[in-house]
Design a protein around this ligand. Structure first.
Ligand code: FAD
Length: 380
């Protein structure tokens, strides 16, 4: 299990890598500076089959296993922009999986097929101005009326929010029913009452657009309900497991790339008559980082291997998310230190890794929330 991949995953890795190195990485600096990347990236990835690797072939998917998604996430970390990798992961592993898992046949034909081809871009609407970690505390409501629902409220921090054609929305359908009062919906973003309020300026992930969305008396027909009414909290909790694991998988490979750059620099840069890698303090820092990355990566693979076997390993996923977040942050910070003044310069990529890697400790469930989940699973 130490290396869970088989030869067909290796072949997939080769073709994703060729795409990422040839068609994404060369544009990363430009897209980071613009704060956006073109929608055509989604369509191109759809053409190449990369947006539906593990979905059934009848909807245009590749019919592969979960490890294919892990390969994609790992290779996307080579694109030199955490923002691009994250925006694509929202499509492949966050907003769309609930459509496949909980959608009706009609919803799958209409939305899953279009998401896999890249014709429709998805975003995921969970977080709000007043609720992030506490998902059950959301205030967006969907009130039942004849023939459908009327939605009012707001969502914050929505990745792909500016460009999305569709949103997988979490809303309260019964204010008094606690966790059972939440439901999921699929929303076409051109529905009257759906407004993109603003895009948010962020510390990192610059190429990814992050928006605030509001809903004002937005009417959704009955068939916009995704899954059963009242099961949205449990269904989005399922989604969050995939989101966390795929984030962890990409993050830890990104950390290894940051470390490789630091090692290369440490071998070249000389102080006091020798390369800085020959100073024990620097060498030990690099050795420690290599060890921690390896350990975190094995935890990711353990969780992914379990998912691939059909298990639901919340404990291992939470641990993998927590550990990769902490390790990748530490690696980017210590690597920046090894670059000295150049590390602080915008001309060296390590500053981007430092800014981008900070998000994994917050997005999709913070470190503290992961500790709470793990604590509960340890019987605490
Ligand atoms: C760039 C970016 C992109 C994002 N993309 C999306 C997206 O596409 N869709 C989406 O829905 N959301 C998205 N998010 C939102 C993200 O998932 C939330 O920010 C995250 O879940 C934390 O919620 P919050 O910001 O409301 O913090 P809060 O929940 O307000 O937490 C604030 C602090 O309190 C701590 N805390 C909260 N509860 C506890 C507790 N019980 N015990 C101990 N500490 C606690 C937290 O750990 C944190 O440190 C994105 C966020 C960012 C920054």
């Amino acid at each position: 299990m130490a290396w869970p991949f088989e030869s067909h995953h290796d072949e997939l890795r080769t073709s994703v890598r060729a795409f990422v190195d040839g068609e994404l990485a060369p544009h990363a600096d430009e897209w980071e500076a613009e704060g956006y990347f073109p929608d055509s990236v989604f369509r191109r990835m759809g053409e190449l089959g990369f947006l539906g690797l593990s979905y059934p072939e009848e909807y245009g998917g590749g019919g592969g296993d979960y490890l294919c998604n892990v390969v994609l996430a790992e290779e996307l970390s080579r694109c030199n922009s955490g923002g691009v990798a994250m925006a694509i992961a929202v499509q492949t592993d966050m907003a769309v999986p609930p459509v496949h898992k909980f959608g009706s046949e009609e919803q799958k034909k209409k939305y899953l097929t279009a998401a896999i081809s890249g014709e429709k871009i998805f975003c995921l609407g969970i977080s709000e101005p007043d609720a992030g970690s506490d998902v059950a505390g959301i205030k967006t409501t969907a009130k039942k009326i004849e023939g459908g629902w009327v939605v009012n409220g707001a969502k914050l921090w929505i990745t792909n929010g500016k460009r999305a054609d569709c949103m997988t929305l979490v809303a309260k359908t019964d204010r008094d029913a606690g966790h059972q009062g939440i439901s999921l919906f699929i929303v076409d973003t051109d529905t009257p009452g759906y407004h993109v309020r603003r895009t948010l300026d962020k510390l990192g992930m610059h190429a990814s657009d992050t928006a605030e969305i509001s809903f004002t008396d937005m009417f959704l027909p009955d068939d916009a309900l995704l899954g059963n009414e009242g099961e949205g909290f449990y269904n989005i909790s399922w989604e969050l497991q995939g989101e966390r694991l795929i984030g962890a998988a990409g993050t830890i490979v990104g950390a290894r790339r940051t470390l490789d750059a630091a090692i290369a620099y440490a071998k070249e840069r000389k102080t006091f008559g020798k390369p800085i890698s020959k100073h024990q303090a620097v060498r030990h820092a690099l050795a420690e980082m290599a060890t921690e990355i390896q350990a975190a990566q094995q935890l990711v693979y353990l969780a992914a291997w379990k998912v691939n076997r059909g298990e639901y390993p919340v404990r291992e996923i939470s641990m993998a998310k927590l550990l990769t977040g902490e390790v990748s942050w530490k690696v980017s910070d210590r690597s920046l230190q090894i670059f000295g003044g150049y590390g602080y310069s915008m001309e060296f990529p390590v500053q981007r890794a430092w800014r981008d890697s900070r998000l994994i400790r917050i997005g999709g469930g913070t470190d503290e929330v992961m500790r709470e989940v793990i604590g509960r699973m340890e019987g605490l």
